[in-house]
Design a binder for this molecule. Sequence first.
Ligand code: CTP
Length: 397
Amino acid sequence: MTVKGKRILLGLTGGIAAYKAAELARALGRAGCDVRVAMTEAATRFITPVTLQALTGQAVWTDLWDPRVADNMSHIELSRDRDLILVAPASADFMAKAAQGLADDLLTTLVLARRCPLMVAPAMNVEMWDNPATQRNLRTLRADGVVFAGPAAGDQACGETGMGRMLEPAAIVAEVEALFQPKSLAGKRVLVTAGPTEERIDPVRVITNTSSGKMGYAVARAAREAGAEVTLVSGPVALEAPAGVARVSVRSAQQMFDAVKAAVKGSDIFISVAAVADWKVKNSSRQKIKKANGRAPALQFEENPDILAWVAAQKDAPFCVGFAAESEKVEAHARAKRLKKGVPLIAANLAQTAMGADDNALTLYDDRGRHPLGRGPKLDQARKLVAHFAAMLNKAR
Ligand code: CTP
């Protein structure tokens, strides 16, 4: 499910991060959302309504007593047709007012009169964020069902460093997308492996593969969006952990196996996306191997544990989803692998076009047969995969 056509009221409060709200309005518009903007008086000191009006193509609202609304009920009219109110940046003052249910300007009135969800992206100085009053307001708002996007830690406009930076616009859009995904895995615990593994030859050399981790990270994100509590055991990749996902970083297949064994207990679902090396070097060297008169080193290999097969064979095993990256005869190999590993579902793809790429074309194999997902971005493929096994699980109950 995308955010296309979603009607969003973007609220801006006073803060230097208001300049990022211009990019946010644009990004939401590009994602297909219908964006209306309401600004507090303080927000208009940081960025002009004209900027937001030009970016959204809509009149911007700043005043509770706007004569454009015939019955002077703009707070009702503006919030009624919206699917989400998103306040970014949200100041400490806004959080305090929203926590108290105050409604002394247009934005807080819209927030109080809403029927739709409220998402808040805080932006403030680290001391203001850490202040017990703000933390108390945060807890109150969370308990009221308000969804928080950030804040992040980092350098602040005031020169200090710490929590309180507003999330970047792309990350806020990702949070909005997450909010609108069906919560098909609510209450479930999901364990995902991702990325390649690295098998040591000597202290400076490894054997690895071309897995980028993108598919596994997309699966972890999609599972979290669907409401699951997600642990991601990841081989060495250059990706940020998806928001709200607990990552355990490993390098070798053996380390991945140990991390999975430690985390799998209590998991409802195990999704094995990692490109685990089948072999490790049996005679790896403690010291760097030197060139020896043109003689190539003779490496000996021994098989790594098959993590997926081990998990699937456990008593009380979680629902297991395997991946099959094949260079040829995808369907035959995938069907055979599903049976060999003893798992209910395998997602297969052609390794040459999938590994490292941003797009993928998965085909799912289960006891009912073959389900091609079409080609598309890995996150879309991951969301379809999650929807598929969530339906399988729900039917099994
Ligand atoms: N897998 C695993 N542990 C391994 C090898 C593979 O958990 N040591 C998992 C992968 O994460 C994937 C599935 O098993 O979900 C299939 O992996 P793949 O490499 O395609 O298959 P292999 O079992 O290695 O078989 P082959 O190399 O013969 O294709």
